[in-house]
Design a protein around this ligand. Sequence first.
Ligand SMILES: Cc1cc2nc3c(=O)[nH]c(=O)nc-3n(C[C@H](O)[C@H](O)[C@H](O)COP(=O)(O)O)c2cc1C
Length: 170
Amino acid sequence: MNAPVVIPPAAVPIGRDLFKTVSSHWPSGVAVITTAAGDGTLHGLTMSAVIALSLEPMQFLISVDKTSNTLPVLKQKRRFCINFLNSDQRDICMLFASKAADKFASVGHRLSDLGLPKIDGAVSCISCDVNSIISSGDHEIMIGDVRDMEHFGGEPLIHFKRSFHTVQPG
Ligand SMILES: Cc1cc2nc3c(=O)[nH]c(=O)nc-3n(C[C@H](O)[C@H](O)[C@H](O)COP(=O)(O)O)c2cc1C
């Protein structure tokens, strides 16, 4: 029988830059997560940490930085919409990645029956009710039960190596 392969722990601590470089080499789509506060104001942020988590029941997972201004609204509303951005929506990506006060003023959107803003031109929109929230490190993971889905089609916006891309068939 072969001896087990033992991988020793790294001799030096892993630097933050290496973590960021490795993470940036994992391509992802780009979404805008939207929600609405009790006073009717609309909120949202750009997010790549979106996962289609479960088919039965249908669930999506999002991961929100604890410093996000949208996070308290998400926790209060317990409902969000995932808008998969189209490749021509880089400006919307950057707007929702900012700390602007009213991110919806210049962005076409409509309110769904669930009271959530859906962004015009998105590839798909997925509305979820928050099922559970897990605090992990500097993020809060939210698992959402899917309440409605719409698919409009088009090419998704891709984020890879700190820049934007479109899908190129191999
Ligand atoms: C391509 C891209 C992906 C991002 N992914 C995430 C993410 O997964 N989770 C997160 O909390 N913030 C993510 N951000 C950062 C937020 O969009 C940014 O911190 C934003 O200013 C938060 O806005 P808020 O404080 O108004 O909620 C991402 C930004 C970009 C440009």
